[in-house]
Unconditional design. Structure first.
Length: 301
């Protein structure tokens, strides 16, 4: 009996269903002028503000997952773009260095073709300590590359110096501008000879002094100086460009005239150099040979 009072009667359900169908039928037949429109309008006025307020409250909570998803994606994109930019900057920077080294290697090949000497290419990896009061550099090639002391070192501009020490993987080069360096030089115009001594300075102030053997000879300004050459080519081979005459002076106490030489080589920016070796030298790196260099540079003399 108690359950029967709680449940709606079948008559009530049937009446509700008939009322629903009646309303639907009237709304469908009414078209634009449906008799239900006033009721729908009243319901919209009553429940519209409630729905809008509810949506306003719920919308921020619905956007939270989307916010974190979008932010994380943007952060990943930013990190990826920063990494790509850093990589591109690195490629640009190293590209300039690679192009410069390629040009220097081409210069070494031309030097080999013009002088007829075989060269072992090497890169300068360190400068001598300033407290040693000497001008030296360390190159990344040693005895395994066929290098040993008393070998001539040059680059695509001219004479660099000579090897004074060598181990398996590196070698020390005494620069021609060092105060302890003495090189035999020959003037291109007169073939007169003298001895070159360094002043211990590099860069724009780096100069060499040439003491001529014949005091009666006066070298001309801008005259080119090349190496005189040592016995058996050690430590210096002959014919390597050194520099040009910038001025000539003498004093009553000196028996010979002295010329100031501006070297061709910029000793403050040394990178790729070549060590003069015998053509049949066994080396762990490719030896630049005069014949091969000439064939790859047909315009070289």
């Amino acid at each position: 009996m108690r359950d029967q009072h709680k449940r709606p009667s079948r008559t009530t359900l049937v009446l509700l269903l008939l009322a629903s169908f009646t309303i639907l039928t009237l709304d469908a037949r009414g078209g634009d002028d449906s008799p239900i429109d006033p009721v729908r309008s009243v319901a919209g006025d009553l429940f519209g503000p409630v729905e809008e307020a509810t949506a306003t409250v719920v919308r921020p909570f619905q956007a939270v997952p989307e916010f974190f998803t979008t932010t994380g994606s943007l952060r990943r994109q930013v990190q990826q773009l920063e990494a790509e930019n850093a990589s591109l900057r690195g490629q640009v920077a190293t590209g300039v260095v690679d192009r410069n080294r390629a040009a220097e290697l081409d210069g070494l090949m031309r030097s080999s073709a013009s002088t007829g000497y075989a060269l072992v290419p090497a890169r300068v990896i360190a400068l001598g300590p300033a407290q040693s009061f000497s001008r030296t550099v360390t190159i990344d090639a040693g005895t395994t590359s066929g290098i040993h002391p008393d070998m001539t070192v040059l680059n695509n501009d001219g004479l660099v110096g000579r090897v004074i020490r060598a181990d398996r993987g590196t070698a020390t080069v005494l620069l021609v501008v060092d105060r302890e360096s003495v090189v035999g030089g020959r003037l291109g115009s007169s073939m007169e000879v003298g001895f070159l001594r360094g002043r211990g300075e590099v860069g724009d102030r780096g100069r060499l002094d040439l003491d001529l053997v014949d005091n009666a000879v006066t070298p001309a300004r801008d005259d080119v100086l090349v190496t005189w050459g040592s016995e058996n080519g050690a430590p210096y081979v002959s014919g390597i460009p050194v520099g040009t005459v910038t001025s000539v002076f003498s004093s009553p106490r000196e028996l010979s005239k002295r010329a100031v030489i501006d070297p061709f080589v910029d000793f403050s920016s040394l990178d790729l150099v070549g060590v003069v070796v015998a053509p049949d030298t066994e080396s762990d790196r490719t030896v630049i040979k005069a014949g091969a260099a000439a064939s790859e540079n047909p315009g070289a003399e």
